[in-house]
Design a protein around this ligand. Sequence first.
Ligand code: GLN
Length: 545
Amino acid sequence: MHYIFITGGVSSSLGKGLATAALGSLLQLNGFKVRLRKLDPYLNVDPGTMSPYQHGEVFVTEDGAETDLDLGHYERFTDVNCKKTDSISAGGIYSKVLKKERKGEYLGSTIQVIPHVTDEIKKFIVSDLNSEDFVLCEIGGTVGDIESLPFLEAIRQLKNDNDNYSCAILHVTHVPWLQTAGELKTKPTQHSVKQLLSVGIQPDLLLCRTDKIIDDDLKNKISLFCNVNKKRVITAVDANNIYEVPSLYYKEGLDKEILNFFNIKKISKKSNLNIWNKVVKRFNNPNSEVTIAIVGKYTNLKDSYKSLVEALHHGGIANKTKVNIKWIQAEKIESKNGINLFNNVDGILVPGGFGLRGIEGKIRSSKYSREKKIPFLGICLGMQMSIVDIGRNVLKLKDCHSSEFKKNLKNPIIGLMTEWIKNNQIEKRNINSDKGATMRLGKYKCIVKKKSLAHKIYSNESISERHRHRYEVNTKYLKKIESNNFVISGMSPDRKLPEIIESTSHPWFLGVQFHPELKSRPLKPHPIFISFVKACINKKNNEKN
Ligand code: GLN
């Protein structure tokens, strides 16, 4: 088992997650089994309770962990499903340590960062593995942050413990172009490596993020000052398309140098990259284009919808079509002429979310798509708001909403689910339950109705999708909904939880309680996104004719 620790310096947002994911793919293409993990230095127990504005999207794994969005990159590049045991924060580590302390498991010791916290981190890094060749472990944050110290200390110790583990440190830095000097500058990288050295870690490879090619002279300089072999100073130039990154790293010899480092004799082949080259080629040579509106709450920070945007692009790649995204703040739709924002869009997507802001705009978006026959995809909260729209505007129910947004409703068409079955056990919640990790989370089975649009999309009666929500469609209203040109085309196997709704009098109107975007991959686009983009293309073509 080989461990590669990916650290970052100089600044945040250098794309360490993407680098880890792309390296994971390259190693896989060389025939190795990989596992990708993320250690985050913040004190939240997990990102589940963090605002998307602070942390971007919360990525949910099959087994129901609420994790960092980088795990989404890992899955999209390697198609290896991450698990609960692939993501932990300092908060998660500390809560484990404190729980043990309360139980008296430390037998009276004074609990300290070294060794108790660092031991817990090391235990996490080497736990739950299954004959992987490489474990890639990304350390969140930037060297020099106070919070990352225990993590860096833990990997220093692991590396030192050479008898048991073989480890490489890959440090991602920035080599900025200074416009006034007309030069690339290596000093920030030198400083960042010094920071790492100050905690006892010498990087083995440097991945230098830059927007220009780093020439030989500069590589010599970085090599000399940072004490890293020149061949292991790798340029990571900005890519036009993230799926180009594995090929760019291959060209720079990243996988070759990693294998050399571990003394693995294997020649990394160019033809390995064909699968990624095909994706990039399709992406860069579309036959047509469509514009899809995303009506959301967190549209100012695109990272909040990372997987969604990727899934739409995957749907585009499958249809050889460029998908342009029009970001719309949901509350803008609420204004008098808000609906005009939908001029010239070929499809409308209302994504998942929480909270009241913009909620009426989302309901209005559903109504508009229904009436104007524009392809509509509602995901989680988006689906729930399409049901509220149907309740209010088709079934003509008074005082109809989700009980998430109004108490004591006459018609709570969406309500808090207090009980459901997971792995043959009953899960219970109530309004006073903790907010963290108490939603319906992770994969659940769904039974798809034959001959429905959903059935056409999946070509399967039994599907499994990932969830992250507290509220559910109130089954009391299903009969009424179904007698008005709508079909509940997906239900939980016990028939208690509606999962998919569609319209029978509309070319493409689909609401799903789950998050299909979490399972879409560039090499395996999700069928819902393939079908949705196709419907948008059809709408556009019909208008032309
Ligand atoms: N806020 C809604 C719920 O908790 C929807 C959540 C979501 O869209 N992920 O049920």
